[in-house]
Design a protein around this ligand. Structure first.
Ligand code: IMP
Length: 207
């Protein structure tokens, strides 16, 4: 097992993600810096699985920086849709030319999922999970992946204003409110990201 103490590149250009991951790893003596701050290019996410895409991002950042790197990839998987949208979760929010100005619309994305479920009839099975894969890569080619998930079901219409993405239609197992209605601290405690991070911390820091 490799030590992770010292500098770790977070393979993201998103300042919010860097802050969140940096805070999670700070107690373990890890000093996070983003791929964006190092001027590293963002590789194309051409993988067919969350693991492929997380590894593509982590390996590119490790090779480009000469430092260990961490990347994540996440999305929503719907049972009755064969796991879709999966790695295309963000793409489903991308507006088409006839749907308005370029950009992402999460209500459009939730509507696409619901429309496909509705085609299967009123008794369609509504289970779904959010998945998160964290990939660590070292400049010599070694890597490790940690998979997290939170299971639940989809509800319609959307409810709540907290959170982001598909949160207004996702109800986690054991809860009645959607992720967009849930206290953010509780969401962060039970989320797919929390699950993946717990596995990374257990493996890398033995806690
Ligand atoms: P990425 O891993 O940053 O590419 O994110 C993939 C997409 O999955 C995001 O754009 C969100 O729409 C969706 N997603 C990931 N995690 C969550 C979550 O906790 N709540 C709602 N949507 C999420």
């Amino acid at each position: 097992m490799r030590g992770l103490a010292g500098k770790l590149v977070i393979a993201t250009h998103n300042a919010g993600k860097l802050k969140e991951i940096g805070a999670l790893l700070a107690p373990y003596g890890v000093d996070c810096i983003s791929a964006g701050a190092l001027g590293l290019p963002e590789p194309a996410e051409t993988g067919k699985t969350f693991i492929d895409n997380a590894l593509i991002k982590a390996r590119a950042a490790a090779q480009g920086s000469g430092l260990p790197a961490l990347a994540d990839d996440s999305g929503l998987c719907v049972g009755a849709l064969g796991g879709r949208p999966g790695v295309y979760t963000a793409d489903w929010a991308e507006r088409q030319w006839f749907e308005g100005p370029p950009g992402r619309d999460w209500y459009l994305a939730m509507g696409k999922v619901e429309g496909l479920l509705a085609q299967q009839g009123p008794d369609v099975e509504r289970s779904a999970h959010f998945a998160c894969v964290l990939a660590l890569a070292w400049p010599d080619g070694e890597s490790a992946v940690y998979e997290g998930r939170v299971s639940g079901h989809l509800t319609w219409p959307p409810r709540g204003t907290l959170g982001f993405g598909y949160d207004p239609v996702f109800v986690a197992e054991g809860h009645e409110v959607t992720f967009a209605e849930l206290d953010p601290a509780e969401k962060h405690r039970i989320s797919h990201r929390a699950d993946a991070f717990a596995k990374l911390v257990a493996a890398q820091f033995g806690r």
